[in-house]
Design a protein around this ligand. Structure first.
Ligand code: TXA
Ligand code: MG
Length: 312
């Protein structure tokens, strides 16, 4: 049974209780819904991998309510402090040196670094403060599938696999957080809800990670609907459901006015809708999206969703 909880005092207390028992609770953040478990508990973290069907070598992001708590788990350089002061709470994850022995080694995949963020969403904040537990939380979907931006999306993938879903409505940003590592130099590990153009004034030009896969968002096929995807389409071919943007008009659109913030917020929900319309034999075509600001993260997700799939 998966309990459905509201973000009121009884719902938050129940969610906190389940988390303290080492069970899993999906909760909203401003980016996407997270599948939360106690980041100090090997059992809870193992349950996250099991519920998602996720390959265990992928480390998870740890969520905390404030900077004071973040400093319990990670060492902050002056540059990390500056980024935290400017962008937290918000859709930025920093990979920082781990304070050894404070978290389950499963969270960090036994690395000596930890990915950490402070979500801005009021329900995430309320849950983190009520539970008083650092929460490991990947996106609350089955591994490789589309990330959830509503409680209903979470339920469609994880019902029966997790203890509870805390329903805080639709996510406002709609894309996962931007992930940065600072050593040996500031490097973008994953484009996301905080545009690079806002970060570079503080860090200088960001490096791109090398060929080695450092974040599972970088696995070629990810965020995938069932139907195959064709990108940069201006019209639908026979058998295709077209998703428009701006002046590419269609029954579905990420943003009819061509607004990248709106497109990010509607991206995953629109892919799910198109997948449902396309059905088992159908295909999805997608209009071009400009490659600046949030468009960069949107195109990153779309190219992975369109990538060849591993055989089942
Ligand atoms: O917006 C988000 O970031 C969402 C919400 C729920 O907060 N969470 C999310 O988590 O997307 P997840 O687990 O799906 O993505 C975690 C990413 C992975 O790409 C992982 O490789 C990277 O963080 N990561 C975690 N720890 C790392 C580390 N120590 N070094 C490098 N990358 C790390
Ligand atoms: Mg994910």
């Amino acid at each position: 049974m998966t309990e459905h909880l509201l973000p009121d005092i009884p719902g938050l207390s129940r969610a906190a209780h389940l988390l303290r028992e080492g069970l899993l609770v999906a909760f909203p953040t401003e980016t996407v819904y997270g599948l939360g478990g106690d980041a100090r508990s090997d059992t809870a973290v193992a349950r996250i991998f099991q519920a998602k069907n996720r390959p265990t070598f992928n480390p998870l992001i740890v969520h905390v309510p404030d900077l004071r708590t973040a400093r319990l788990y990670a060492h902050f350089s002056a540059e990390a402090e500056a980024l935290a002061a400017r962008f937290w709470p918000g859709p930025l994850t920093l990979v920082l040196p781990l304070i050894e022995g404070t978290l389950s080694p499963l969270v960090t995949a036994a690395l000596q670094t930890v990915a950490i963020r402070i979500p801005a969403h009021a329900t995430a904040q309320a849950l983190l403060r009520t539970a008083a537990i650092p929460l490991a939380a990947p996106s609350a979907n089955l591994s490789g599938k589309i990330s959830p931006t509503t409680a209903a999306h979470v339920a469609s993938g994880l019902t029966g696999r997790i203890a509870a879903i805390l329903d805080g409505g639709a996510c406002s940003v709609g894309l996962e957080s931007t992930i940065l590592t600072l050593k040996p130099r500031p490097t973008l590990l994953r484009p996301g809800g905080l545009p690079v153009e806002q970060i570079e004034p503080i860090t200088g030009p960001l490096a791109q990670p090398g060929a080695q896969i450092t974040a599972p968002g970088q696995l070629a096929s990810h965020y995938a609907p069932n139907a195959p995807l064709r990108l940069n389409a201006r019209e639908a071919r026979p058998g295709e459901t077209l998703i428009g943007f701006g002046d590419v008009k269609a029954d579905l659109s990420f943003s009819p006015s061509g607004d990248l913030i709106e497109a990010a917020a509607t991206l995953f929900a629109t892919l799910r809708t198109a997948d449902a319309i396309a059905g088992p034999q159908g295909r999805i075509a997608i209009a071009p999206i400009p490659d600046h600001g949030l468009g960069r993260a949107i195109n990153d997700r779309l190219s992975r969703a369109a990538a060849p799939r591993p055989l089942p």
